[in-house]
Design a protein around this ligand. Structure first.
Ligand code: GUN
Ligand code: ZN
Length: 447
């Protein structure tokens, strides 16, 4: 039996914050501790109380004065695009054709997929992200690499092979039957193994024929515990193209509805240019719109309307969308989310931002018992955040007078440098990793 006390300023959410300081929505313990036994949270409380309850041999990780929160959750990104971030000058369809469909061809090689998967998981952890929902490439080897890299680290992840059978280079196309067979094999291999979950992943309506959509429908019907992920209404040219390919559909959302792809385990990337009817369909089916602010700004796609989702009772989550997203950091992502909503006269409060990155995203995945909070029985996925990690932050923090203000500074000025430690199922993952500087120095010496 291993016991660990993670000491610091503990913060975890119990419900969605309403207003600027909804104290009922969170628990904050100034000199607190998370009591971890065998990778699970036993309880949180004051350090004094928890110290008495734990065994005399329990290890103590003292992170004072830093904040201790549940690990961050990223609900949409593309692992094969790790090396294609910051590809210049194009909107969605041109960007896919010019950069992404070239990059993803490299994942036919298992060695390349394994190397990038390792780097991808380490990048997530460096940024305090302990759970990710990712697209792999069309190659089954890329899915094996993705789940193997997560499993080696003990991480809870969701992912799947993209299915594409048209409007993509031949090397990246499968067929309806191959997409079905390969997905089925990967579900059998990975779904429910350890902390891995499978997402059935037709990339978007443009790259799947009606026959492939039917096969996706069959997969969803045969595997109701799997997630479904695809893209919806990101860019105006994309919408025009998608709806022209499915003239019988009422609108873009209706394409997915017709093929039975919308349910409460469906994650729909972007959802920017949506009618009231379409958002209402998401509300009725429980499908989640995924807000990817850095990506939406980078590709010039548009502004996600969170208030409209709330008004119509539709669910939404937040995500980086690397490689159209420009950072692995959920802090930087929420900084941009704040600005995107601000441009539309909407206000994302600091508590709501931190709720969204943790419990909110866990709820979107239906994994709120396991991740996203520090409640008893949860997996001990934990991030330690330093609000004074950069000199400008330290100077700004001297004038902060409330927790909400501190969180806003963290989100607005913070990045991976603020992540002092990250625990996956109670195991410290950051401090034992080589820094990027060390890796670079080693490579120079080898060259
Ligand atoms: N739509 C279809 N594929 C993609 C992708 O890889 N990235 C983004 N941002 N949108 C997409
Ligand atoms: Zn995407």
């Amino acid at each position: 039996m291993s016991e660990l006390l993670i000491r610091g300023r503990v913060l975890t959410f119990v419900s969605e914050p309403q207003g600027i300081d909804d104290a009922a929505s969170y628990r904050y313990i100034e000199d607190g501790a998370v009591f971890v036994r065998n990778g699970k949270v036993v309880e949180i409380g004051s350090y004094g109380d928890i110290r008495k309850r734990a065994g005399a041999n329990a290890d103590v990780a003292d992170h004072r004065p830093n904040l201790v929160l549940p690990g961050l959750i990223d609900t949409h990104l593309h692992f094969p695009q790790t090396q294609a971030i910051a590809s210049y000058g194009a909107q969605l369809l041109e960007w896919l054709n010019t950069y992404i469909f070239v990059e993803e061809q490299k994942f036919a090689g298992a060695a390349h997929a394994a190397e990038v998967a390792d780097r991808f998981m380490d990048e997530l952890l460096s940024n305090g992200t302990t759970t990710a929902v990712a697209y792999c490439s069309v190659h089954p080897e890329s899915v094996d690499a993705y789940f193997a890299a997560a499993e080696a680290r003990g991480m809870c992840v969701i992912g799947g092979k993209v299915m594409m059978d048209r409007n993509a280079p031949e090397a990246l196309r499968d067929t309806p039957q191959r997409g079905y067979d390969e997905t089925k094999r990967l579900i059998e291999k990975w779904h429910g193994r350890g902390r891995s979950h499978y997402a059935i992943s037709p990339r978007f309506a443009i790259t799947s024929t009606p026959e492939q959509m039917e096969m996706s429908q069959a997969l969803v019907a045969e595997h109701p515990s799997c997630y479904v992920q695809t893209h919806l209404s990101e860019n105006r040219d994309e919408i025009a193209f998608a709806t022209s390919l499915y003239p019988e559909a009422k609108d873009y959302t209706d394409i997915y509805a017709r093929y039975g792809l919308l349910n409460d385990r469906t994650l729909l990337g972007h959802c920017i240019h949506m009618s009231e009817r379409e958002i209402s369909v998401l509300a009725e089916t429980g499908a989640v719109g995924v807000f990817c602010p850095t990506s939406n700004l980078f590709l010039g796609s548009g502004l996600f309307n969170a208030a409209e989702f709330d008004r119509l009772g539709a669910r939404w989550s937040v995500a980086t969308d690397v490689g159209a997203g420009t950072s692995f950091s959920m802090l930087e992502t929420m900084d941009e989310a704040y600005k995107v909503l601000h441009l539309q006269g909407q206000r994302l409060t600091p508590f709501n931002s931190f709720y969204r990155m943790t419990r909110g995203n866990a709820l979107a995945l239906g994994l709120e018992k396991q991740i996203g909070s520090l409640q008893a029985g949860a997996d001990a996925d934990i991030v330690v955040l330093d609000s004074s990690a950069k000199s400008a932050m330290e100077f700004r923090m001297r004038t902060a007078t409330s927790l909400a203000e501190e969180l806003f500074i963290l989100q607005t000025m913070g990045d991976d440098r603020c992540v002092r430690e990250v625990y996956v199922a109670g195991k410290a993952m950051k401090t034992k990793r080589k820094s990027a500087d060390t890796i670079a120095r080693e490579q120079l010496q080898l060259a």
